[in-house]
Design a protein around this ligand. Structure first.
Ligand SMILES: Cc1ncc(COP(=O)(O)O)c(C=O)c1O
Length: 377
């Protein structure tokens, strides 16, 4: 702040933003080397959607404007990001949204019939592209682990297949890592965990460990190429995108990541965290435990054998009438959510260790046992 209170990144630049962009590019996989700063996640997603449209238009494919996203996924609150968001209640008050949002099934494997092919949900993306007409589809956007609905992990081979499909139909693959980047899954980027290289990655939140508002869209050299010719430009930007203070904080934050090997810590300890959560299976309300890294969900059910879930009124009573308040009151900040089926989601600080896992366990065990007693009554 003392060095530079503010400077815009429209046409200009300043040292901290340049250093941070170079650092992010060096950490990002493949040729994801072009960093575009924003003030948060929705702006990063909005930027990615606009870049995807603009990229295709620059290459003479101006009809390509649709975006395919997954049901129940949350991608942000601005009208473009909302068009990708797959949660009806979040969209309905603001219709009509940006045209072109299409939705396909997510990877809620717990609710799939046992004989369903593991790549069924990937194939659904291809079918949707063909149904819409590949000449109209600009991008597919997905999270490495889908947050809304409760930490849906991909089946083996899912992202490889999605990458192939995107390449086949000249559709950009956007990895929305507003949650999954920066250590949450034990890697700087969620796509590294699952071994795919998208065309665009969106990040925010932990880029500064939330000490300052900042997001970024990271695009591959290939996607940036048409904008580097002649006087072409991506006519898009935010006044506060790449603010010097936020950039300096992000640099300091990444210093801590390196110094304390936070990604290594998550990878070393995620098994222990998960095992602790699995022990909660002794409480009949626990239907499924799923997730990756320090990002795990517990799906709650009325009957574990049949996987019967709660109706709207019961879910309301369980989540907002009891769980949310009770978990908070006992000192566990986590999310009790029913954008899909009722889940409790846990995303502990990346430095969490055995002692904190035990603390989390004790609160969850007490509260979920009580929740089950309420359900049985
Ligand atoms: C996957 C994902 N994308 C986008 C967003 C929007 O980010 P923001 O709230 O910073 O605008 C969120 C927010 O939680 C998110 O989880």
């Amino acid at each position: 702040m003392e060095e530079l209170g503010f400077y815009t990144l429209w046409s200009y630049a300043h040292p901290r933003a340049i250093e941070l962009a170079a650092r992010i590019a060096s950490l990002a996989p493949g040729d994801l080397n072009r960093v575009f700063f924003t003030s948060g996640g929705s702006e990063a997603v909005e930027s990615a959607l606009k870049l995807a449209r603009n990229y295709h238009r620059m290459r003479g494919n101006g009809q390509k404007h649709k975006v395919i996203a997954r049901e129940i996924a949350y991608h942000g609150t601005t009208l473009g990001a909302l068009a990708a968001t797959g949660i009806t209640e979040m969209r309905s008050q603001f219709e009509p949204l940006l045209p072109g949002g299409c939705h396909v099934p997510n990877t809620n494997i717990y609710r799939w019939p046992e004989d369903r092919h593991p790549l069924w949900a990937a194939t659904a993306i291809e079918e949707r592209i063909r149904f819409e007409g590949p000449e109209t589809v600009a991008a597919v956007i997905l999270e490495p682990v889908q947050n809304a609905g409760g930490c849906f992990v991909p089946p083996d081979g899912y992202f490889k297949r999605v990458r192939e499909i995107c390449d086949r139909y000249d559709v950009l693959m956007i990895s929305d890592e507003v949650i999954c980047a920066w250590g949450r899954l034990g890697h700087y980027f969620g796509c590294d965990r699952f071994g795919y290289v998208p065309d665009i990655v969106t990040v925010a939140k932990a880029l500064t460990s939330a000490y300052a508002p900042m997001g970024a869209m990271i695009a591959s050299d290939r996607i940036a190429e048409p904008f580097l010719e002649g006087d072409a430009c991506f006519a898009h930007g935010f006044t506060f995108g790449g603010h010097p203070l936020a950039a300096a904080i992000a640099m300091a934050n990444l210093d801590v990541f390196e110094r304390e090997d936070l990604c290594g810590h998550v990878l070393a300890k995620e098994g222990e965290f998960r095992q602790m959560l699995e022990t909660l299976h002794e409480i009949p309300i626990v239907g499924d435990v799923r997730g990756a890294g320090y990002f795990q969900a517990i799906e709650l059910v009325k009957d574990r054998e049949t996987k019967e879930s709660f109706d709207d009124e019961e879910a309301e009573d369980l989540l907002r009438g009891f769980l949310s308040d009770e978990l908070y009151r006992r000192g566990l900040i986590c999310r009790a959510d029913d954008r899909g089926e009722p889940v409790v989601q846990l995303a502990p600080p990346l430095i969490a260790d055995t002692e904190q896992f035990e603390e989390i366990h004790d609160v969850l065990h007490g509260v979920l046992t009580e929740a089950w007693e309420r359900v049985r009554r």
